[in-house]
Ligand binder design. Structure first.
Ligand SMILES: Cc1cc2nc3c(=O)[nH]c(=O)nc-3n(C[C@H](O)[C@H](O)[C@H](O)COP(=O)(O)OP(=O)(O)OC[C@H]3O[C@@H](n4cnc5c(N)ncnc54)[C@H](O)[C@@H]3O)c2cc1C
Length: 597
């Protein structure tokens, strides 16, 4: 089984030349951080994740985490040591506020580091991912005492965070949750109820676990308007961070799953003995609003799982295709077998993986940069534009990215033939692990509804149409610089995206069955077009580098060819998706539910 090799060259090209990470240094929050250390940082991180984290991936899958009789959870061999090294190296702290011990780097840099961690071991990466989500929520909405008490050890990774939304009757519909929170005389709250599917809800990697829990106070309004957010630590904690008694929260079971076996997915019982002590974050009944402010980061982080695991699957398929001898080509002598990478159909599969992975990397890095601008730019107009783009790109990163994660890891198996279906090769693990990413953090169906129902209608569609204009500008640049073979298919795709967007707006977008019926194909169409646009920008840059002279000639030429493959072989699906977006809901409802079978 191949080990993970961080694609530093493509990461750097995308960060530096396509997304222009260094322009973030103009934002005061990042001016002193030393962005010019980025290349060394990436190299160092790459070495760490390859040598320390990646070797735990297979053991984690085989052993899984296990629940003990006392409610504790034991992680697979090597996890504690690897995680301790991760904390010691400070990788999790890179993109957080220096006031609480963070490194102060942009989220864009944090996302590049997280890509490597996730590819090295997706199941383990979920622990820091949930911790980072907790940090974002507390940083944005906690008061200064609360931040001083909880943030520093979450930022170092000495403590882990969790997110507790889901209950048996409250999945996609978070507003249906019933966990209770009652205020005590000392101002703390007693939390009671059960949460299910809580990722890394219990484990042995950190000295404390800080659960962020959504619950209702007595008399709270129904639905999402009556939800409050609480900190419920596993161990009660003094202001100086010293841990004390076990809180009234217990893991009562962990799930048996298709993948991410090392990540314990827990049923947490709050208040078996009267109630767990919780601390209110911000104001009562604002919990859902607080969750929404950190949702973009969390959803991008899940989208990134699609990219990271697909890339690892691609690397492994590529290695296998170089080695496996099978069959001959039409132009080789009888009896002489070739490596399967010589067959056009295997090339097609590998190029599909490569092109989508590189397109996803562009999208997700751009998405991270827009988050940095939205949160930190000194100019209000720039912040607003950054926020609008973040809002638009996030469902694409999450929905399109994780759909592709599923498809590409399946292709990774296909390249292996029968060996892909055999667990020992490890190709199947990527396929099993990534399956969840299209489900949690809002299913991809919910992402598509968000895109059509909330994001497309922003400023009467103008946020979308401004992005479309930007794509059209790139089309013109491509034509001007002699790349009609890329410009024409990109132009055709963006025209269809325009037609689909207009049709959805004219047909009620997220408020009609007709609009909602087209949501998923629209998300696919949008993601595919934006991916093509960003690859086209990459090709333009690569071409300019070749004209000016570069040491990386082979890389730049490959980038142009990869873009051509994308626009010739992958982008045309947009034309088939258009009638899927615009055909309405008629055929979905013409058969009564009882007559489906
Ligand atoms: C391994 C794992 C880890 C998880 N980690 C966490 C965690 O750490 N914290 C946490 O709080 N939760 C977690 N979850 C829960 C996860 O977020 C939910 O499973 C997810 O939101 C979907 O909810 P559900 O399972 O109830 O499915 P349902 O909501 O029942 O959805 C079933 C199907 O119906 C569709 N659907 C539902 N409502 C609509 C609608 N309005 N319109 C169109 N389609 C709809 C969905 O898209 C889906 O296809 C985890 C789940 C798993 C399996």
């Amino acid at each position: 089984m191949g080990e993970y090799i961080p694609p530093i060259q493509d990461m750097r090209f995308t960060l530096e030349e396509v997304i222009d990470v260094y322009s973030l240094a103009e934002i005061p929050a990042f001016s002193a951080v030393g962005l010019d250390s980025l290349p060394d940082l990436l190299e160092e991180a790459g070495r760490f994740f390859t040598q320390v984290i990646s070797p735990t991936n297979r053991t984690g899958d085989l052993q899984g985490s296990s629940l003990n009789d006392d409610g504790s959870v034991t992680t697979p061999d090597g996890f504690k040591q690897a995680y301790a090294q991760y904390v010691e190296a400070g990788w999790g702290a890179i993109s957080f506020d220096p006031e609480y011990g963070g490194g102060g780097f942009p989220w864009l840099v944090g996302i590049a580091i997280t890509e490597m961690l996730t590819a090295a071991n997706m199941a383990m990466s979920l622990n820091p991912m949930l911790t980072q989500g907790s940090i974002h929520a507390l940083h944005a909405h906690g008061d200064s005492d609360l931040k001083l008490k909880w943030l520093p050890k979450l930022i170092t990774g000495e403590w882990a965070g969790t997110m507790n939304l889901t209950e048996p009757q409250a999945g996609s519909d978070v507003g249906a949750l019933t966990a209770k929170a009652e205020i005590q005389e000392d101002g703390t709250y007693l939390i009671t109820g059960q949460k299910i599917y809580i990722t890394w809800g219990e484990h042995d990697l950190t000295e404390n676990i800080i659960h962020l829990v959504l619950a209702r106070t007595p008399g709270a309004p129904p639905g999402t308007r009556g939800i409050s957010l609480f900190i419920v630590p596993k161990f009660l904690t003094e202001d100086d961070g010293a841990t004390g008694d076990h809180n009234d929260v217990k893991c009562i079971s962990i799930e048996h799953k298709l993948g991410i076996n090392a990540s314990p997915t827990c049923v947490l019982q709050f208040g078996d003995n009267g109630g767990a002590t919780g601390y209110l974050v911000g104001e009562e009944n604002s919990g859902m609003r607080y969750m929404f402010t950190m949702m973009n980061q969390a959803r991008l982080a899940v989208g990134l799982e699609g990219l990271a695991v697909a890339d690892r699957s691609f690397q492994q398929a590529f290695e296998y295709a170089l080695e496996r001898q099978q069959g001959r080509r039409h132009d080789t002598a009888k009896g002489q077998s070739v490596a399967i990478i010589e067959h056009p159909d295997v090339r097609r599969m590998l190029m599909t993986m490569k092109a989508y992975v590189e397109a996803m990397r562009c999208l997700m890095y751009l998405n991270a940069k827009t988050i940095d601008i939205a949160l930190n730019h000194p100019d209000e107009t720039e912040r607003q534009r950054g926020q609008e783009l973040t809002d638009l790109l996030t469902p694409l990163s999450k929905g399109w990215g994780t759909d592709l994660g599923n498809e590409l890891t399946s292709l990774g198996i296909q390249v292996h033939g029968g060996m892909g279906f055999i667990e020992e090769t490890g190709a199947a693990q990527h396929y099993r692990d990534i399956r969840i990413a299209a489900i949690y953090e809002g299913t991809n169906g919910i992402q598509a509804i968000d895109l059509v129902g909330r994001k497309l209608p922003m400023r009467d569609g103008n946020v979308v149409f401004e992005l479309i204009s930007e794509i059209e500008n790139t089309v013109r640049e491509l034509s001007d610089e002699g790349h009609d073979n890329i410009a024409k298919p990109l132009n055709a795709a963006v025209n269809d995206l325009k037609i689909a967007s207009t049709w959805l707006l004219d047909n009620g977008a997220g408020s009609t069955d007709d609009g909602l019926a087209g949501a998923t194909p629209y998300m696919r169409m949008f993601g595919t077009t934006v991916g093509g646009w960003l690859l086209a920008k990459s090709a333009l840059t690569a071409h300019r580098n070749l004209i000016q002279g570069t040491e990386n000639t082979a890389f730049m030429e490959a980038k142009i060819t990869t873009t051509r493959f994308y626009v010739e072989q992958l982008l045309p699906q947009v034309h088939g998706l258009l009638p899927m977006v615009t055909s309405g809901a008629d055929t979905l409802y013409n058969i009564d539910a009882e007559n489906f079978r």
